[in-house]
Design a protein around this ligand. Structure first.
Ligand code: PLP
Length: 423
């Protein structure tokens, strides 16, 4: 038995109407489902803007939104409008950022295996920083700069050898990683020497990202200590500590705010005598709890002596995180948002896999029925962006809601879209 959905898992502007319906941005979720169909990503625009502003303030403007968490043209525009730079990790993300008219110099280019084409694109678009990840990339970039008769500002991504205490798939600061130059082995030092001797590359400093969905500020402070010690002889003007701040997904979890995370990083920098500009790249903490996903319940099946399966019209194609990382979520019915949730069920999608579940043990009100609109909160990060067309499912629409009005920012795919690239 669980009580009503905790309101602190819902977007900032969540309200309950006199009939008990959930409103976000002044819009009734049931009306949004009727107007735009399901599955549907609903983002609270005020929530997004407020997290961007909090980050810009906490890092004094030295902050990039990590677009991998959730990207569409409107999101790129919004983050830029709110004063953030944009972190992109592929040519595709760079393309969308530029389509949104984010100036090249406000974009940071990442990636552990950037192709020549992606690096060329980054140079031609004049990205502000390229975060170099390997010696091969140093070679490629120097060659390209020479060919194009240009130069570029770079940071070197280093792995500080810090465990982030998160899922191994999103842990990146440990030495045994595909990302970056290891500090302890001396490889990072070699990379610094190489970059400093290059005439086309202007090395501004170091970058590290220890992992994602990290609840504790301690590993960030530890990483700062390692980076500061390594960087001390070089007097670099910049240090970027990556993203990774965790967010609560289920009842009982708690995480530092962006402001608290920044304070811990700045304290660690000041303890370590860091004098460079300190920047960060949050993704999840900007967008995760800004959104809920709406689904329609299609089938309810009881398996005697086992459990009840509740199937909805989406699944691992709009939220692969449960299958990929075993991530937990909560759910509720927007028609009676404050109802107790008496029954435990398994919430599953409609894909041809037993691993296609959204919530292994979901608490739902006892009157849940076929046709109900059901919501899963905290689905704003790494859902839409990691989604797929598995089983040729149509990728959902995305609406931003604000002041009582919905704004469609990504249209639902159509069957025609599915064959658009077929020859
Ligand atoms: N920066 C880099 C280099 C990353 O790889 C990631 C995520 O993988 C991020 C920032 C954003 O992390 P998060 O969404 O956990 O804040």
């Amino acid at each position: 038995m669980a009580g009503p959905i905790p309101l602190d898992l819902l977007p900032d502007t969540t309200d309950i109407s006199s009939e008990g319906h959930t409103l976000i941005g002044g819009c009734d979720l049931l009306e949004l489902a009727a107007e735009f169909g399901t599955p549907l990503f609903v983002y609270d625009e005020a929530h997004l803007r407020s997290r961007c502003r909090e980050a810009v303030k906490a890092f004094d403007g030295n902050v990039a939104y990590a677009t991998k968490a959730f990207l569409c043209t409107e999101m790129a525009r919004l983050a830029y409008e709110e004063g953030m730079n944009l972190d992109v990790a592929t040519g595709g993300e760079l393309h969308i950022a530029r389509k949104a008219n984010v100036p090249g110099e406000r974009i940071v280019m990442h990636g552990n295996n950037k192709s020549l084409e992606e690096l060329r694109m980054a140079l031609l678009e004049g990205v502000g920083r390229i975060v170099v990840d390997s010696f091969n990339e140093l070679d490629r970039l120097e060659g390209l700069c020479a060919d194009l008769n240009t130069s570029t500002k770079i940071l070197l991504r280093v792995t500080p050898g810090v465990e982030a205490h998160t899922h191994e798939f999103v842990s990146t600061g440990q030495e045994d990683s595909k990302f970056g130059f290891t500090v302890r082995s001396g490889v990072a030092e070699e990379a610094v020497e190489r970059a400093r001797s290059s005439k086309n590359l202007e090395l501004l400093g170091l970058h590290a990202h220890i992992g994602s969905q990290v609840f504790d500020v301690q590993p960030f402070a530890k990483a700062v200590g390692v980076l500061a010690e390594f960087a001390a002889p070089y007097n670099f003007p910049e240090l970027v500590v990556g993203g990774g701040l965790g967010v609560p997904y289920v009842e009982g979890e708690s995480a530092p705010s962006i402001q608290e995370w920044a304070a811990a990083i700045f304290d660690a920098c000041s303890d370590a005598g860091v004098e460079s500009l300190v920047g960060s790249e949050p993704g999840r903490s900007i967008v995760a709890s800004a959104a809920v996903t709406l689904y329609t319940v299609g089938t309810i099946k009881e398996v005697p002596d086992h459990r009840t399966y509740v199937s909805v019209d989406g699944g691992m194609s709009d939220n692969p995180r449960p299958a990929l990382y075993g991530s937990g979520y909560e759910t509720f019915l927007p028609r009676s948002s404050q109802a107790d949730r008496q029954n435990s069920v398994r919430l599953v999608g409609k894909h041809c896999e037993s691993g296609d579940f959204l919530i292994k043990e979901a608490w739902v009100p006892e009157d849940l029925s076929v046709g109900d609109i059901l919501a899963t909160p905290v689905t704003g990060a790494y859902g839409h962006s990691m989604g797929s067309n598995y089983n040729q499912m149509l990728r959902p629409a995305v609406v931003f809601v604000s002041d009582g009005s919905p704004r469609l920012v990504v249209a639902r795919e159509t069957y025609e879209d599915l064959t658009r690239r077929d020859i």
